[in-house]
Write a protein that binds this ligand. Structure first.
Ligand SMILES: Nc1ncnc2c1ncn2[C@@H]1O[C@H](COP(=O)(O)OP(=O)(O)OP(=O)(O)O)[C@@H](O)[C@H]1O
Ligand SMILES: [Mg+2]
Length: 292
């Protein structure tokens, strides 16, 4: 188990993570927060690229700082922006990274071949990566984070640039991987985590706002999401007095989805993760927002 205990992380006077605590067990965790909320900072902390201003991270009861190399051996980390050599083929790039990690050549060949198959790139393993789509490059990145068969897999915004088909493939890959490891992926795209993650972790004001299933998170807005039908011309006035999540127009009519304590006779709707996200971060980029 990966346990984060009372971690605070500051850049100068700016507190990004504020006395944050959370335990991660095997499964896929979706770290969801707006831009600038501290996702990358948190991932870097778990990847030992940053050290906390205070607090600690423990792996199976031992501090990751004390475990040092032993901990680094069991993690895989895909940075938000990762560098690769455009003129390398996917296979050469992964073999090169394996060599840097000290994996013996014969073992590496076997491992790279398995991983290319896992991320469905075996067919193009000899193509130069400059010919790859964004999604293909991202899949090479995922394979690179898996080279050492990590127990903790950290993926910072891994779904950026994936098309819907690739997202489905990605979800299936992660579901298979998460049976016996901790997978944490960060994103600010709600629809990405909704279907991929077992648990949703949201950051708010540098703390963990929730660590729950999608159903539980959405339950926080139970009975508070409504849809009003009105003439299209009335939507601006309505949105001045209500927290509007979305508007849909059909001819001269508008269907306005909004969040409120009372629906005033409007049709109740079941809450989605996007409703929670928009409502939670309504006043800011993740800072100073009210709690539900
Ligand atoms: N090296 C740094 N020095 C100073 N401030 C930093 C540094 N890195 C990040 N920050 C600040 O810390 C806050 C959190 O940044 P971080 O990159 O962790 O957010 P994020 O959630 O990953 O954002 P995004 O969705 O844009 O990737 C931001 O206000 C950012 O400006
Ligand atoms: Mg980031």
């Amino acid at each position: 188990m990966l346990s984060v205990k009372n971690v605070t992380m500051k850049y100068g006077n700016h507190t990004v993570l504020d006395n944050l605590s959370i335990d991660f067990e095997n499964g896929v965790y979706g770290l969801l927060a707006p831009n600038g909320a501290g996702k990358t900072t948190f991932m870097k902390l778990l990847a030992t690229l940053h050290f906390a201003s205070s607090g600690k991270v423990m792996w199976n009861g031992e501090s990751i700082a004390a475990l040092d190399e032993k901990y680094r051996d069991i993690i895989g980390y895909l940075p938000q922006q990762f560098g690769y050599y455009k003129n390398y083929t996917a296979e050469d790039y992964l073999l090169y990274l394996s060599a840097l990690k000290g994996i013996p050549r014969a073992t590496a060949k076997q491992r790279v071949s398995e991983l290319l198959s896992l991320v469905a790139l075996s067919d193009v393993k000899s193509k130069k990566m400059k010919k790859f789509s964004g999604g293909m490059v991202q899949r090479v990145g995922i394979a690179s984070a898996l080279l050492n068969n990590p127990k903790v897999l950290l993926l910072d915004e891994p779904t950026a640039g994936l098309d819907p088909k690739e997202r489905v493939r990605f979800r299936n890959i992660l579901a298979g991987l998460s049976k016996d490891r901790v997978v944490i992926l960060s994103t600010h795209i709600v629809s990405d985590v909704e279907s991929i993650a077992n648990r949703i972790v949201m950051l708010q004001n540098g703390k963990i706002y929730c660590n729950e299933t999608v159903g539980e998170v959405c339950g926080r807005l139970d009975g508070k999401v409504f849809e009003a039908e009105m003439p299209a011309a009335e939507t601006s006035a309505f949105s001045r007095n209500h927290f509007v999540v979305s508007e849909r127009f059909e001819g001269n009519s508008a269907f306005v989805r909004f969040i409120a304590d009372e629906g005033d006779g409007c049709a109740p709707k079941s809450a989605g993760l996007e409703d929670v996200f928009l409502y939670l971060y309504r006043d800011s980029e993740g800072e100073n927002a009210d709690t539900l």
